[in-house]
Design a protein around this ligand. Sequence first.
Ligand SMILES: *Cc1c(COP(=O)(O)O)cnc(C)c1O
Length: 822
Amino acid sequence: MINLSVTKIAEIVQGEVIGDSNRIVNNVLTDSRIPVSGSRVIFVAINGQNHNGHEFVYELYEYRDINVFLVEKDEVNYSLCPEASFVIVDDTLQALQKLAVYHRNRFAYPIIGITGSNGKTIVKEWLNQLLSDEYQIVRSPRSYNSQVGVPLSVLQMDDHFDLGIFEAGISKPGEMVKLQPIIDPSIGIFTNIGMPHQENFDDIDEKVNEKLKLFREVNTLIYCKDHAVIDTIARENTLLADNQLLTWGQNPEANIKVRSIKRLESKTEVHVQYKQQEFNLTIPFIDGASYENAMHCVATMLLLGYKASDIEERLKRLQPVAMRLELLEGINGCSLINDSYNSDLGSLAIAVDFLMQQKQHDKHVVILSDILESGYAPEQLYSKVAQMLEDKGVDLLIGIGPEISRYDYAFDIDADFYTSTHEFLADLKRRELRDSAILIKGSRKFHFEQICSTLERKVHRTILEINLNAISHNLNHYRSLLNPDVMIMAMVKAFSYGSGSFEIANLLQYHRVDYLGVAYTDEGVALREAGITLPIIVLNPSFGTYEVMIEFNLEPEIYNFAGLREFISVLNRVGVSSYGIHLKIDSGMHRLGFLPVQVDELLDIIKSTNSVRVESIFSHLAASDEPQHDEFTKQQIEIFSSVYDKLSEGLGYKPVKHILNTGGIERFPEAQFDMVRLGIGLYGISPTQQDKLMPISTLRSKVIQVKYVQPGETIGYSRRGVVEKPTTVVTIPVGYADGLSRLLGNGNYRMMLNGKLVPTIGNISMDTTMLDATGVDVKEGDEVIVFGNEPTIADMAKAMGTIQYEVLTSISQRVKRVYFQE
Ligand SMILES: *Cc1c(COP(=O)(O)O)cnc(C)c1O
């Protein structure tokens, strides 16, 4: 709650006001897609890389009752929002940051600032777990650590809290200087330094120096002295005196000395010496990253004056941090979002936003436990929660816990309350939760994982996991290659190249692509039924489905005369005019499309009717990713352009013009025209810029049996796997019926098992595959990566002698897709 008048905000950001300047603002919104509304919100319109926030001002004013806006000069037409107040500045991002600096300086309580390449979010969340008995903590929601995320985090501060923990991330030089005054930490934690975003820095020293700028005003900086680069640069840094550094590590010079580290089955034991005391700590994790993150927390607690015995006791209870929101398929046609790890206001807001993005369901349900340690008095807390759920459009709340039940009167939306998880589960049968999107969000002690496992549809142990953040990342990469105003049609045909349907389309709609492309009418209908409202083009419409297409507002690709005539006659029959169609031109691929010689006849037919309107004219490249065919590609572009000119001249208007697919976007920027059609690149596969993309899918399976087989025995059908030495064989539940080609059997492919690549042995069966895991420490239940980061889809395609498109699209529908968002 920032509680500032429009006048005051204008003064802080040095802006000019148009309209009523007495309004009071409490909340700041930068992303118009987040469903917040109401009169106490200021929308900050940021002209970003992917969206220009100013485009949404009118919509927010008209439909969401927002009437205070921070905008840049000459970006909006003020007269369209006659009742609104505008604060006008040159640079809204800078203004948001100034506002955050102002707000930060209203509070005197200590702030911990965290930066580094990895571990920021975990250290922040763990400190919250460890310190919340004594402190009321305000912290960055999830990983809000960017130029926009940091100001938004800091704007949550208010005087209920007495400690802040904020993280800062940067991707290029010059950014940290802007974040430092916003966070202005008194305690700094530098987690570590590594590779992310290296491309924008000359070398690692430059990166460390840039990150250190966050700490120029701290009283104490904490870091691991075993990181030599950080140590050298921190000590050379003239802003911090030696006694302001609190270091830990095995280095004998460290202030907190790690004398020994023992990795046991499920925990790590560390022997530590600090000043005069020696003590043992138990970290309930075994990986190196968790050790490092935990030690940063230990150092912070020592600095804050905690006793060794308290630190020891609390460290044992550290809980893993759920870094992601998982979208699962539920029973009774539901979708589930499992966030049963923590509950606080910031993460609740983010999770509810993800819930509301699930347009495939009309009904949105939140199952929420008591919120612990919020820093607010319960009555105030639950009325805030109630307001948020209502603002965001949640249909039903199921509140679980004694406290939330006590404040049931705070909730105006439909709500039911139970005092315990057990009581809710007992009542679940009667409740009949159906066809809904359900967010399951609770503090750990409520054991909501039980609710999740009851509501989840149980299937096959092999899953294809899809990273929705990676799709967003890849989309943004291609956006960055486009000229301003070039539209994007995202291709979601063939079940989004095997990775899902409405789940992907929802995300693309959220990111405001301009069109979706599907292959068949059915695919388009499924998207409409799931609530997708974007224009959808059907590339391969068959005659019999034209009426359905019209009913669902799908636009056909028209590639021949028979199709055109039939479509016109159906339109006439149902009495529709000016229906959008897309003309496909064959510029040389010779698959589908009108040939250049057919243009005159085509024009005659179209001009003789008012039932169709040509929305776009397009063609497809046969070899956009293959340099040896570049002359041919250029010729295709030329032929297409001349056909386009002739058609648009004849029509008397200019339909949208497009030819590029992924390879074309990367290699022929001069042919972007009005729109591009992005397919495989969205799904993480690039012909020429693989390092700019993130892989989106991981095919995971599990060992269901382990055997030790002696020489002379054979494995699998036709006895093809001949054993020559004592061999460990493991079986996994994925076979050719799941899309794992038989070409990959008999050692032709290797999968990742417990950190080692192990080959297939014997023939692949319909439902199972055997791997030679000799020398690997393996037990039943261990995970196997069929493809993902390593081995990659490219490795599998190579082993099969095919292209990655085929690997992606051949994973069968039997394999459940699980989506997650970080
Ligand atoms: C599939 C398809 C695309 C996308 O191609 P990618 O190489 O996957 O980017 C574009 N246009 C048409 C007509 C398509 O069929």
